[in-house]
Structure formats: C-alpha cells, structure tokens
Design a protein around this ligand. Structure first.
Ligand SMILES: NC(=O)c1ccc[n+]([C@@H]2O[C@H](COP(=O)([O-])OP(=O)(O)OC[C@H]3O[C@@H](n4cnc5c(N)ncnc54)[C@H](OP(=O)(O)O)[C@@H]3O)[C@@H](O)[C@H]2O)c1
Length: 230
C-alpha cells in the first residue's frame, strides 16, 4: 500500500518503456494512475490488468481535442493530479540533420514539444486551482549535451529544459515544474538510437525501482531545477 496518502499520478506514454514501468510501479506501491498512449492493444491490456480506479486511454498527445476530453474525464474522476509526468516522446531515426525528412522532423516536434504543451494546457489549470502538484517533463542527456544523428531530438529536449524552467517561474508557490533526465535505459527508443548496444543498459523495470520513489519525493523545493533520475 501507499506510504502516506495514495497519489494521483498522470503519465503519458504508458504503453511501453519507462512509462509502462512507472505505471506498474506506482500501482504496486498503492497509487492511482491515469495513463495514455497510442497503441489500443497495449491500452486494452493495461485496462484488463489494472481496473478502476486506474484509467487508461488510447490517444495521441498531439491531438489537443482528444487530450482535453481525457483530461476532463480524469479530473472529474480523481481530481487534479498530484504528479503529472510528461513522458511520451519520439526519437528520430539517427541521421545527419540535412537528411531527416520534413515529415519526421515535424512529428518529433509535434510529440515531444506540442504534445507536452497540450498536456500542460489541459491538466495544469486544475492543479493551479489547488495550488499543489508536481509536473515532471522528461528531458534527456540530449537535452543538456549533443551527439551527431539526433539533432531533431536534441532540439526538442533542449526546448523542454527551457519550457519547463519558464513554466516553473509561472506556477504559484506550492507547485513545481521539473525537467528530468531519466538516464540511459534499454527501451524501444534506446534501440532506435543505440542499436544492439542498447542491450547493455538496465531494463525499464529495474530503473523504475529507484526512479518511482525518487519521483514521489519531488516537491516545491525542486521547482525549476534540472534533475536527473537516480
Ligand atoms: N530510454 C532512454 O534511455 C531515455 C534516455 C533519455 C530520455 N528518455 C526519455 O524518456 C521518455 C520515455 O522514453 P522511452 O525510452 O520509454 O521511450 P519508448 O520506449 O519509445 O516509449 C515511448 C512511449 O511514448 C508513447 N508515445 C509516443 N508517441 C506518442 C503520442 N503521439 N501520443 C501518446 N503517446 C505516445 C509510446 O506509446 P505509443 O507508441 O503506444 O503511442 C510509448 O508508450 C521520453 O521522453 C524519452 O525522450 C529516455
């Protein structure tokens, strides 16, 4: 069961990778999770495994209307989130910037940046009304340093650092917005970026064992601080 009161945790990108591992760990610790992702099959599996009060919804974070409807449902059911985790993101297929097709560049920007803004637009007003809650926007090592082949992804994660720190200055006392570098974890995204050497990194479930307790301890003292997961 949850130590202290059960928290209401909203996570984008729960169908795979870090999002899924976090959802499972928060639920195991007794917290209530609302999560989304595009894969209907994976969302159906999550619904079957974890019934109410948890809420899983198939949606695309780039679709502002879908997100608004889901945020209304989640807030009506459980109130404003205590913890809002903007985790969903895409990496571009590694290539020099001049070889990245326009459509792929746009998609990375749409998901990693506009998707995060959409989530904030529809969840944060209810958090501000309560003057409580923590927003964690997933950044990356590539939000603080660069490598060749991932310029579009780097651009979005550097932007997440700036967006989050500006947001931190806008929030009322009692809240926090934090850009988080999760570390390097063996997920589908890492396989896109690193190929077979992704295998030498920890799986998401191992990562979540320390990351979830760390996330639960974040609070107003951390507002605007670029942090890294343990
Ligand atoms: N893994 C690492 O080593 C690493 C390192 C640094 C930063 N990060 C960051 O950590 C976060 C999680 O990464 P990950 O490695 O777990 O990635 P992943 O394995 O590729 O999972 C990404 C998740 O985001 C969801 N998603 C993607 N586009 C979406 C959209 N348009 N709408 C809704 N959901 C969407 C995916 O689900 P669907 O496909 O079902 O939509 C999936 O659940 C990302 O922000 C990433 O940039 C990861």
């Amino acid at each position: 069961m949850a130590q202290g009161h059960p928290r209401h945790v909203v996570i984008t990108g729960v169908t795979r990778g870090l999002g899924r591992a976090m959802a499972e760990k928060f639920i195991e610790l007794g917290h209530v999770v609302a999560g989304c992702g595009r894969s209907e099959t994976h969302i159906a599996q999550l619904r079957e495994r974890f019934g109410r009060p948890h809420l899983f919804q198939a949606l695309d974070v780039t679709n502002d209307e879908q997100l608004q409807a889901w945020a209304r449902e989640v807030i009506a059911g459980h109130g404003a989130p205590d913890l809002l985790l903007n985790n969903a993101a895409l990496a571009n297929h590694p290539a020099p910037l001049w070889e990245v097709p326009a459509a792929e560049f746009s998609q990375v920007i749409d998901v990693n940046l506009k998707g995060v803004a959409n989530v904030i637009r529809h969840f944060v007003p209810a958090m501000i009304e309560r003057k409580a809650g923590v927003i964690v926007n997933f950044s990356s090592g590539w939000g603080r340093s660069t490598s060749p082949g991932v310029a579009p992804y780097c651009a979005t994660k550097f932007a997440i650092e700036g967006l989050t720190r500006a947001l931190a200055q806008e929030l009322p006392a009692g809240m926090a917005a934090i850009p988080l570098n999760p570390g390097v974890i063996n997920t589908d995204m890492l396989k896109i970026c690193f190929g077979s050497s992704a295998e030498s990194y920890s799986p998401p479930r191992e990562w979540a064992k320390d990351a979830v307790p760390f996330l639960l301890k974040l609070g107003p003292k951390d507002n605007g601080k670029p942090l890294s997961a343990p």
